[in-house]
Design a protein around this ligand. Structure first.
Ligand code: 5GP
Ligand code: MN
Length: 347
């Protein structure tokens, strides 16, 4: 597999062996893949005897990922939004920083400057387009893979500690990897490669409880979350002539439906069930900005649209970005630019 060469694995093992204060970081607003890959790496470092390891998150993860996050002892988890000083000190003290599931430091929110200024050795493991490899002592980067979690899985499998046998992974590590891959593929709905199924098979054989994972990620949400989804699909969703569906969710509705972080995860996929819809855009009012999520069907590029008009990027069919304007102007902006995009950039 690209980048998983004997030389790179040797360097990976050496960088870990030499590290006394390793720190793991991932992108802001961490999703299942971000939490899954980072928590898995945390447990692998434990297996390597790195008792001083820390996981530093910019902000907390959604409630439904609590079962993964809670496998990290409280004293080893620092959330920057809650403990700014501790997070900065941890990054300053680190002699190795392992960066997971992001292609550029700005994706880590408030950790961007501390990371850029850190003198620590750095390892990147990521599945997004165009990382700046010069920022890292070692980089594993590949797009044709389901998730950062899958990438971590194959890297760990190549290490002497795991030695090609998933049974050697600590169970919490294996469970975190299965969770990250499952959420990033929408439970095997997209970005599935032969290697993805091989990983799932290995992890199941190693004792991972997939039914438990599915229950945690799909069946433990609040009633108001499902009602919010109903409201969005019934009252907010608009479909244009060009085959674009969009939904704009303001703060008022978020309060009305007691929305929690992570509650709208996946909602942007729903409009793609409509035959004539080729791209779905979801805008959500956040503090100081409007968060954008874009999903597209094969043949239409969510990534290009996010880059051109929404200050973002991502993967070919799943991308995101930000808008900086009052939420009242967002619907008009999306309508106009979705039309320009579909008629001038996608034919
Ligand atoms: P989501 O819609 O789930 O928030 O994000 C989907 C994908 O879009 C993420 O995996 C990430 O690759 C990308 N993405 C989301 N937000 C941003 C952003 O602000 N900037 C960039 N460059 N990519 C983003
Ligand atoms: Mn990911």
């Amino acid at each position: 597999m690209k980048d998983i060469t004997p030389d790179n694995i040797e360097t990976f093992a050496r960088l870990i062996e030499e590290a006394r204060h390793p720190v793991i970081v991932t992108h802001a607003k961490p999703d299942g893949d971000a939490i899954g890959s980072s928590v898995a790496m945390f447990h692998f470092l434990g297996l390597c005897g790195k008792d001083d390891r820390l996981l530093v998150l910019n902000d907390n993860c959604p409630r439904f990922l609590g079962f993964i996050r809670e496998t990290v002892p409280q004293e080893a988890l620092i959330i920057r939004e809650e403990k700014q000083q501790k997070a900065l000190e941890a990054i300053e003290k680190a002699d190795l920083i392992i960066c997971l599931d992001f292609h550029a430091f700005h994706r880590t929110g408030g950790l961007e400057m501390p990371l850029a200024e850190s003198k620590a050795k750095k390892i990147l493991i990521d599945h997004h387009l165009d990382p700046d490899r010069s920022l890292y002592n070692l980089s594993f980067s590949k797009n044709d893979i389901s998730s950062a979690s899958e990438f971590v899985f194959w890297i760990l499998m190549a290490t002497p500690q795991i030695n090609g046998n998933a049974q050697n992974l600590p169970l919490a590590c294996a469970t975190a990897l299965m969770t990250g891959m499952t959420t990033d593929t929408n439970n095997f709905g997209n970005s599935v490669y032969p290697s993805t199924l091989a990983m799932a098979s290995d992890l199941l054989s190693a004792g991972v409880d997939r039914d438990m994972i599915l229950q945690k990620i799909n069946q433990e949400h609040s009633e108001s979350r499902l009602r919010l989804k109903g409201f969005m699909l019934k009252d907010l969703m608009k479909v244009t002539k060009d085959g674009v569906a969009y939904m704009v969710l303001d703060k008022k509705a978020q309060y009305g439906y007691k929305m929690q972080e992570g509650d709208t995860e996946g909602f942007v996929n729903e409009p793609l069930s409509i035959g004539k819809v080729r791209m779905s855009i979801f805008a959500r009012e956040d503090s100081g900005e409007v968060r954008i999520s874009i999903r597209s069907k094969r043949g239409t590029s969510a990534n290009k649209c996010a880059k051109l008009f929404f200050n973002g990027g991502g993967h070919e069919n799943a991308a995101g970005g930000k808008l900086f304007m009052p939420i009242s102007e967002v619907e008009e902006y999306i309508k106009k630019h979705a039309h320009i995009y579909m008629t001038e950039y996608e034919k």
